[in-house]
Design a protein around this ligand. Structure first.
Ligand code: ADP
Length: 220
């Protein structure tokens, strides 16, 4: 089912964010219609994106001519031009597109986008800034906040754990965390069980509350 509506998406704005998003969607097998008002920008990405068009997306008729109103999924990746971002998002909402994602450059901008009909708002700079704050001291190799106080992290296995099994280490009662996956040097990530023995150089994927995973990572 590669070409059904479930796999089609409109991406509006081919700046750094929009073009990276559109390119990754195509590589993941989606059928992408990408629109930008700048012809040279559209031309630059025409080869890697399924369908591209030059249009001002604040114009309702242009959107209709491109069939945008028939899509079920769209991303508004216009950032700096606040007016264009808001107008475009509200037009997509008027078309009753069921799944509208929009990029905001500030929290206020995000609130407006939600008001005019965006279902999901992303703040790439803010979100990345917060994520990097958890990584700069090097205790965690990766950090993903899944909900407001719950996170999944990637971290080195603590030295005290080497040669012992997860069952034996009792990390859940000691730290409140759950080891979800493990990666040995030279092999892929795999699931972790009570019998999994930790070795030197192992990398763990650990889930828990933000405080718990941080406390665990700091012991490393
Ligand atoms: P980024 O920070 O990700 O590079 P920008 O805000 O700089 O994002 O880029 C957004 C893109 O949206 C630009 O390529 C710009 O040409 C495009 N864009 C801005 N206004 C409109 C509009 N009214 N219609 C279509 N595309 C637009």
């Amino acid at each position: 089912a590669k070409n059904d509506a479930a796999n089609q998406i409109v991406v509006i704005g081919l700046g750094r964010f929009g073009s990276s998003l559109a390119g990754e969607l195509v590589r993941r097998g989606s059928e992408v219609l990408a629109i930008d008002s700048r012809p040279n920008v559209v031309q630059r990405h025409a080869d890697e994106i399924t369908h591209t068009a030059v249009a001002d997306t604040t114009d309702r008729e242009s959107l209709k001519q491109l069939g945008v109103h028939q899509f079920h999924r769209a991303v508004v990746a216009i950032g700096t031009d606040l007016e264009a971002s808001i107008l475009t998002t509200s037009l997509l909402a008027d078309f009753e597109i069921g799944n509208i994602w929009a990029k905001a450059t500030s929290r206020q901008h995000g609130r407006i986008l939600q008001r005019v009909g965006a279902h999901h708002v992303v703040l790439p700079e803010h979100e990345m800034g917060e994520r990097v704050a958890h990584l700069v001291f090097g205790r965690m190799l990766d950090y993903i906040e899944l909900a407001e106080h719950y996170a999944l992290i990637k971290t080195h296995a603590p030295a005290e754990a080497h040669g012992r099994t997860l069952g034996d280490l009792k990390l859940r009662s000691k730290y409140g965390v759950t080891v979800v996956g493990i990666k040995r040097p030279d092999s892929d990530f795999t699931y972790a069980t009570a019998d999994t023995e930790i070795g030197e150089g192992d990398i763990l994927v650990v889930a828990g509350t933000t405080t718990q995973v941080e406390r665990f990572a700091e012991r490393v």
